[in-house]
Design a protein around this ligand. Structure first.
Ligand SMILES: Nc1ncnc2c1ncn2[C@@H]1O[C@H](COP(=O)(O)OP(=O)(O)OP(=O)(O)O)[C@@H](O)[C@H]1O
Ligand SMILES: Nc1ncnc2c1ncn2[C@@H]1O[C@H](COP(=O)(O)OP(=O)(O)OP(=O)(O)O)[C@@H](O)[C@H]1O
Ligand SMILES: [Mg+2]
Ligand SMILES: [Mg+2]
Lengths: 469, 469
C-alpha cells in the first residue's frame, strides 16, 4: 500500500532547490548574493532612496583555492526601507511570505528568494542567519533565525533591541554558506557590473574573499518614480480572481464593482461590458450565480469584448531612454549607441514595456555572434541565454543581413523587459518565456534600433570612401 | 509601509501556473491530460498491473472549431492501484500531497501535477472534479471535490459509496476545463504515441472531441519489476537530511546509524568512514554536536571520502534494450536500429541509467537536423527541446562528421534517462538540466550507437558498390 504524506512549501523548495538556482556551491553562491542584492534594491526603490548596498563575502574555512566547496560568510547591508520587527522572522524564515504579492513592477515576485539563500546556508553549514533592521525609528532590531523546513516556520534563536541614535534605516543580512568563489567570481562580478548598467542611481560595494574591494559607483542621484499598485486588468482574470474580489468587495452593484476592482474600467466601459454580458447594472456582485461568473470570465477575453482600455503603465517603472543610454555608455564604452523605449503593451492583462538598445564599436569585442544583454525589471539575467525569448528573436526573427549587420561585428544588443509579472520560466528567474506579445515587441524594437545602426554604419562607410578619394 | 502576506502553496502555483505548463488553453489541455495519464501509469506500474488507460475528451460548449478557448470534459480512467478513500480528498485537492516523496524511480515527484489539472479546470469553468476510485475491496468511493486555493485544502462537495460487486480496482478522474483541442491535438496524439513507444506494455485509448477513437495498443504483457525504495546515498546528503535521520532513528550507535540510514553502507564502509571523520563508532547519533554534523556532511562528499560504493540500480526501473528496440521499431518503423543501456551511474548521490537508441531509414523522415526523442522515467518530453541537455549534447558534443553522419540523413536519436530524481529544470517537467554526469553518459551513449550505425552505413555502401560491379 502506498504511504501518503504532505510536505511544506519549504520542504518542497528544499528538495527541489535546483529549480530556484541553488544546484551546486558555485551557482548557489551567485544565487544567494543576487537574491539579497535584489531585495535591497527593491527596498530602496520602493521609497525612492538612492541605494547604497554593501556586500561582503569572506572565507570562513576550507581553502578558497581548493577544489569543491568552501565555507563563506555573506553579508549584505542596505540603506533601504528596513523590515518592521513583527515581520522579520517570517520575511526571512517562512517561504511564500513577503510584501511583493501585488500588481506593480518590482524585482521580487515569489516570496522565496531571500529564504532560499538562508536555507541553503543552513543546510550546508548548520548555521543560523543574523538579520539586523530598522525602519528608521528609535530601535534597531537584531534577530538570529533558522528555518524549520518541515513546518515552514521561522525559529527565532536570539532577539536583541539596540537604541537607534543615528536614526539609521536599512537591513543587514549575515550568514554562512558553502560556495565556490573561484568558479563563481566572474559571474558575480558580471552580475554586479550589469546591475550598475541598468540601475545607474545605485552604488554597490563588494569586498570579496581575496580582500579586494570593487566599487560600482552610481552615475546619477536621480531616482525613478516608484510604480503604483494597480488593479487586475479584465484580460487577465479567471474565476478564482473574480471570486476573491466578490468575497472582499463592499460594492453593492455590479456597475460599481466593475469600476472599483478592475484596471481602467470607467462608467462607460462598465455599462457597455455589463450590457454585453447580459447582467443588470444594479445586481449585487454577491448574488451572481455560477453561470454568471463563467459568462463574465469568458466575456472578459480580448477576443470577446474589445471595449476595455489597454493597461496603463503607471504600475511600471522602466529605465527610460536617457538612463538606459547612460548605463550602456558607462559599462560598454561603445562608439555608437541607439536606444528605444517601446510603447506600453500587455500580455494576458499584464502591462509591460520593452526597452531596447544596440551598441557598436568602441570597447565592444567582436565575437562569433552578436552579444546579448538581458534584463527583466532591472535584474541582469546571466544564465540560460539559449532558452530565452530574446535570444530566440535575435537568432530566428531578425533579418540581420537586411541591415548589413554580420554576426562578427563588435555589436551588443540590450533588451530590458519591465512588467507587473515577468513571465520567467523558472523560479530561479534566469530566462523568459516566449509570450507572443513580448516576442513581438522585442522583435520590433530590435528591428528599429538595428535600422538606425545600419544607417550609421553606411554613413560611416560612405564618409570613409569620401576620405579615400 | 509595506503590506506583508503569506500565500499557500496552492495560491503560489495558481499565480504561477505557467511554471507548471498551464500557460494557455492549448498548453493546459496537453498538460492536464499528460499529468493524469502519468498518474495512471505510475499507479499501474507500482503494482505490476498491465495498464489499461481510457482517456475521453469531449466538447462541452463553445465551438471546438472557434478561435480561442472552448470548454472540454476530460475523463481519465485506469485499472491501477486505486486511492484509499481517506486520502482521495488530499491526493486530488491539496497541493504538495502525494505518495511519491520517496527514493525510487517513478513519474511523479512533486505532489502537484494532478492537482494543477483540477485547479486549472476549476478556475476556467468554476466546475468541480469527480473522483471515483476503489482499491479492489468491497466499495467504490465517489467524491466531488474542489480546491480551496487560498487555504490549499480540498472541499468535499459530495461523497457516495457504491458496492463493488466486480471487485473493480482503479481510478477515474472527471472534470471540465478550458482548452483548445484544434491547436493541442497534434501534441496530444504525439504524446500518446511516444508514451506507447516507451511503455510497450500499456494500452491507452483516446476518444477525442471529434468522436474519433485512437487505440494505442500494447505490444507485450511483460511488466518490468517495480523499483524498490532506497535510502539516500551519502554523496547526496546535507545537514538537513542527516538531522532528519537523527531525529527519527532508533539506532543507538553511529556504526548502526551509518549502516541503517544510508544506501549500500555496510559494516566495513561504516567503520572506515567513521574513522576517517574522527567519530567513535559507539557514539549515539543523538549526541552529535553541530561540529560533528558539519564534519560528517563535508566528509560525505565524493572528493573527500572515496570509500562509498556507487548507488545500485534496484531503485530504478529502466526499459531495457529489448523493450526499447521493440518500442522504437513499433513506432518509427526504421530500417535499422541499435540501442544501448549504459551502466548505472549517479549524480549528487542519485542513481541514474541512460538508455540510448539510434534509428535509421525506413519510415523515418529526413530533416534539416537529426530528430531527437527524449524520455525521462518513461515520460515523453515534447517541449523546450532547445534547452534540454540531450539536444545540447547532440548539437555541440558529438562529432557527427567523424561517423560520416550528415544532418540530412533520415535518422532519429532516442534518449531515455531514468533516475530516482530527474533533474528537471521546471515543475512542468519538459526539459532536463545539464548535470555533468548525465551529460557524459548521454554523450558516451550517443557516440557508441552512432559508431555502430556508421558501421552499418559503410557496410551498406560497400555492399551496394559490390553490386554495381
Ligand atoms: N533588504 C530588505 N529590505 C527590506 N525588506 C526586505 C529585504 N529583504 C527582504 N525583505 C522583505 O522580505 C520579503 C521576502 O523576501 P524574499 O526575497 O524571500 O521574497 P520576495 O523578494 O518577496 O520575492 P522573490 O522570491 O521573487 O525574491 C520581501 O517581500 C520584503 O518585504
Ligand atoms: N490514477 C491514480 N491512481 C492512483 N493514485 C493516484 C492516481 N492519481 C493520483 N494518485 C495519487 O495522488 C497523488 C498526487 O498526485 P499528483 O499528480 O498531484 O502528484 P504526484 O504524481 O505525486 O507528483 P507530480 O506532481 O510529479 O505528478 C499521487 O502521489 C498518488 O498517490
Ligand atoms: Mg526577493
Ligand atoms: Mg502526478
Amino acid at each position: 500500500a502506498e504511504r501518503f504524506s504532505e510536505i511544506s512549501a519549504a520542504d518542497f523548495f528544499y528538495r527541489n532547490r535546483d529549480l530556484a538556482g541553488f544546484n551546486n556551491p558555485t551557482r548557489a553562491l551567485y544565487a544567494a548574493l543576487r537574491e539579497l542584492v535584489e531585495n535591497s534594491l527593491d527596498a530602496c526603490e520602493l521609497y525612492k532612496i538612492p541605494p547604497k548596498i554593501y556586500v561582503r563575502l569572506s572565507s570562513e574555512g576550507g581553502s578558497d583555492e581548493a577544489d569543491g566547496g568552501a565555507i563563506y560568510r555573506l553579508r549584505v547591508a542596505d540603506n533601504g526601507s528596513g523590515v518592521p520587527p513583527e515581520y522579520v522572522p517570517s520575511a526571512f524564515g517562512q517561504i511564500l511570505f513577503g510584501s511583493k504579492y501585488r500588481l506593480r513592477q518590482v524585482r521580487g515576485t515569489f516570496g522565496l528568494g531571500g529564504k532560499m539563500a538562508i536555507l541553503y546556508g543552513q543546510i550546508t553549514t548548520h548555521g543560523s542567519a543574523r538579520i539586523i533592521s530598522s525602519v528608521g525609528d528609535g530601535s534597531i532590531h537584531e534577530f538570529e533565525i533558522r528555518i524549520d523546513i518541515q513546518r515552514n516556520k521561522p525559529e527565532v534563536l536570539k532577539r536583541k533591541i539596540h537604541e537607534n541614535r543615528d536614526k539609521w534605516r536599512g537591513t543587514i543580512i549575515d550568514f554562512s554558506l558553502e560556495g565556490d568563489y573561484t568558479k563563481a567570481m566572474s559571474k558575480i562580478l558580471e552580475y554586479l557590473r550589469q546591475t550598475g548598467m541598468v540601475n545607474p542611481y545605485a552604488e554597490i560595494t563588494l569586498v570579496d574573499p581575496r580582500g579586494r574591494l570593487y566599487l560600482f559607483e552610481s552615475a546619477t542621484n536621480k531616482m525613478p518614480e516608484p510604480p503604483s499598485e494597480t488593479e487586475p486588468h479584465p484580460y487577465g482574470c479567471d474565476v478564482e480572481t473574480i471570486q476573491r474580489m466578490i468575497s472582499s468587495t463592499q460594492c453593492t452593484t455590479m456597475l460599481s464593482f466593475m469600476m472599483e476592482h478592475f484596471h481602467r474600467v470607467g462608467k462607460k466601459t462598465a455599462e457597455s461590458f455589463l450590457e454585453h454580458v447580459g447582467i443588470e447594472e444594479d445586481k449585487s456582485p454577491k448574488r451572481l450565480n455560477s453561470n454568471d461568473l463563467v459568462r463574465i470570465v469568458q466575456m472578459m477575453k480580448p477576443e470577446n469584448f474589445k471595449g476595455f482600455l489597454p493597461p496603463d503603465p503607471s504600475c511600471l517603472s522602466p529605465l527610460g531612454e536617457e538612463l538606459l543610454e547612460t548605463g550602456i555608455r558607462k559599462e560598454l564604452h561603445p562608439e555608437f549607441v541607439v536606444v528605444e523605449q517601446r510603447n506600453p503593451s500587455a500580455y494576458s492583462g499584464y502591462p509591460f514595456i520593452v526597452e531596447v538598445g544596440i551598441a557598436y564599436g568602441g570597447e565592444i569585442p567582436a565575437g562569433s555572434s552578436l552579444a546579448l544583454y538581458r534584463f527583466a525589471n532591472k535584474i541582469p539575467l546571466l544564465y540560460d541565454e539559449a532558452s530565452d525569448v530574446s535570444r530566440k528573436v535575435m537568432n530566428t526573427e531578425i533579418n540581420w543581413g537586411y541591415y548589413k549587420i554580420s554576426q562578427d561585428l563588435p555589436i551588443a544588443v540590450i533588451i530590458h523587459i519591465c512588467s507587473t509579472k515577468v513571465p520567467y520560466k523558472t523560479v530561479g528567474k534566469e530566462f523568459i518565456a516566449d509570450r507572443p506579445e513580448i516576442e513581438r515587441e522585442i522583435k520590433n524594437g530590435i528591428n528599429s534600433v538595428a535600422r538606425q545602426l545600419s544607417h550609421h554604419l553606411s554613413k560611416k562607410i560612405s564618409i570613409e570612401h569620401e576620405k579615400e578619394r
